[in-house]
Design a protein around this ligand. Structure first.
Ligand SMILES: Cc1cc2nc3c(=O)[nH]c(=O)nc-3n(C[C@H](O)[C@H](O)[C@H](O)COP(=O)(O)OP(=O)(O)OC[C@H]3O[C@@H](n4cnc5c(N)ncnc54)[C@H](O)[C@@H]3O)c2cc1C
Length: 299
């Protein structure tokens, strides 16, 4: 019997489940919260093929229903550790230990927070310019951060928004010269170096941010704040020797298999370049199919 575990029930994990279940595998998803992950919290998704616009919860609940109808088993527990075991891998939660010949890790990332976002997330505060930039077309926005992600997010926004203020406590951008030049070629971009963001103002929606620079505080009127201070892959529970990572992200091959046989990964937790729902689903399809095929070879 083919049998696999998937850790993480976001769109990558659910897609892996659908493909593995359809290939005849018995599939258990370990998810600490509800199925759907990050995508289920997005108000409007406008770049998932076949929907001009769909609410995140709707897309995810349809995906979860499809997997459940195929026989998905769900264990609503946080995985504390993933280890090698005689039969393959042990998935350890605070309640029990489960053994599987093959496992897909689909635990996504957790965004570095500024600590001032409060209830403005989804109301002008965003962690994804590609996803939410279009909602602020023609409006002034701020980007928090000065690294590679912030430079790339700000460059994307510069073509959409009226003004883009890039706020960083650093004296310079820490990104490739070419990327910085491409950003600064936009006349509507203003870098604010040596500047800290200390507060968000607005009546339910972002209307301004508080800046602290040269010993002075001031308000900057913006309609959105894009936080681009980095995100960290959720892999702290992976305790399997020999797993290769790149800046903490799990390195996978064209079949979404990691450097350890039988251990697969999909979605935002991998070192793939575009972190979107469609790419997470594509990864899931590969990881689920090949994990199921691998599990069938284990005696
Ligand atoms: C604000 C915002 C807006 C976005 N908008 C869009 C958009 O419009 N279009 C688009 O294509 N993409 C968008 N994205 C990106 C998209 O949401 C992600 O690329 C995608 O959801 C990643 O899916 P995933 O399954 O890899 O990870 P996630 O959705 O992060 O799922 C990971 C799951 O693993 C679970 N988990 C983590 N650790 C454990 C553990 N130890 N034990 C058990 N469970 C665990 C989590 O609870 C979570 O459910 C947006 C992202 C953000 C932040």
């Amino acid at each position: 019997m083919k049998k696999i575990a998937i850790v993480g029930g976001g769109v990558a994990g659910l897609s892996a489940a659908i493909y593995a279940l359809r290939s005849g595998a018995e599939v258990t998803i370990f998810e600490q919260f509800g199925l759907g992950g990050l995508a289920s919290t997005i108000d409007k998704i406008e770049n998932f093929p076949s929907y001009a616009s769909v609410e995140g919860w709707k897309l995810c609940s349809d995906m979860a229903a499809q997997a459940k109808a195929l026989g998905l088993k769900t264990v609503r527990q946080r995985v504390l550790s993933l280890e090698r075991s005689d039969g393959g891998f042990a998935v350890v939660t605070d309640k029990a230990r489960y053994d599987f010949p093959a496992v897909v890790v689909a635990t996504g990332t957790s965004h570095n927070k500024l600590g001032i976002e409060g209830d403005y997330v989804g109301h002008g505060v965003s962690y994804c310019a590609t996803c939410d930039g279009a909602f602020f077309r023609g409006k002034p926005v701020a980007v928090a951060g000065g690294g590679r992600t912030a430079v790339s997010e700000a460059t994307y926004l510069a073509d959409i928004c009226s003004e883009v203020y890039v706020v960083t406590p650093q004296p310079n951008f820490s990104a490739e010269d070419k990327a910085v030049q491409a950003l600064l070629a936009h006349s509507n971009v203003t870098p604010l170096f040596n500047t800290a963001l200390y507060e968000i103002f607005g009546d339910g929606e972002v209307e301004a941010v508080g800046l602290f620079e040269n010993g002075q505080s001031r308000r900057l009127t913006v309609s959105a704040l894009f936080v681009a201070t980095g995100a960290a892959p959720v892999t702290d529970f992976v305790r399997v020797e020999g797993v290769k990572t790149n800046r903490g992200y799990l390195v996978v091959d064209g079949r979404c298999e990691t450097s350890v046989k039988g251990l697969f990964a999909a979605g935002d937790v991998t070192d793939g370049s575009l972190k979107q729902i469609v790419t997470a689903c594509a990864d899931g399809a590969k990881a689920g199919s090949f994990a199921a095929a691998f599990s069938a070879t284990v005696k």
